[in-house]
Design a protein around this ligand. Sequence first.
Ligand code: AGV
Ligand code: CA
Length: 311
Amino acid sequence: MQNVYFNHDGGVDDLISLFLLLNMENIKLTGVSVIDADCYIEPATFASRKIIARFGDGRLETTMSKERGKNPFPKDWRMHAFFMDALPILNEKKELAPLSDKEAYEHLIEKVMVEKEKTTLLFTGPLTDLAKAIQTEPSIIDKIERLVWMGGTYRSEGNVHEPEHDGTAEWNAFWDPEAVGIVFDSSIEISMVALESTIQVPLTTDIRQIWADQREFEGVDFLGVSYAVVPPLKHFVTNSTYYLWDVLTTASLGKPELVKSKMIQTGVYTHGPAQGRTYEMENGRPVTVVYDVDHDGFFEYITSLAKKVKA
Ligand code: AGV
Ligand code: CA
């Protein structure tokens, strides 16, 4: 059993990650926090509490971050949280898992410190809450097994297409580049699931069909319906093309043999037109970066986790 604390930002793949984590046998979730980045925080928090109540241990606490980023996410993407919160499957039983009144960084510190064993941190949004936690309570570092983060890229192209930016950054890093700098300056072991691996798992119509074919399983239907709000990759990649970024990151925790990683020495730009860009440099901060994934094995794994939930 590994302890996992999950901080996410309420996108479709963040919330599906929560759902899948609750169905993994080798993982004990110790807390969940939501940050107001690629979502609106109220529906994203409600959706999290409903997912936990329906599919998990109803005592698991969720909390809301009060942090704000440098570069806001596009509104269209943030709206997905309202869709997720409104899904009938999450509202049928009118159950809500508990909400903590602590701020996310305090909740993170508390949940890590209270466990006897170390905790793995899973972050599928910006690193803002972790940066604040290590600045507030540096002693948590000794109790962190490692950080598994969806963010960054070492490709020449990122996924930020915004005015005054050069396009080299990944969004979670771009939202709060300084937080990435603070976490890189700490001694926490870091595994990054960067764009080099997530671009291998786009949402396609074939994947949708696999889920549609198995919708008699309530969990698989939940996957299919959730991903219905985002466009599939059909003709060419656009700014709204959806990949299974966070779900791949979460799956790499539950089943590490699905991915291949390599060590990179890194830095991050915190200001200017490349802000949020992670880059390779000699004598930089060592991180492990996932660069390859077993595509079919990954989709089989997540679909099999979802199949555990029958109607
Ligand atoms: O950069 C990927 C991160 C992931 O944590 N997010 C979405 C995932 O939750 C931002 C993002 C990039 N492109 C997007 C994003 C898109 N087309 N739609 C929604 N979010
Ligand atoms: Ca996310």
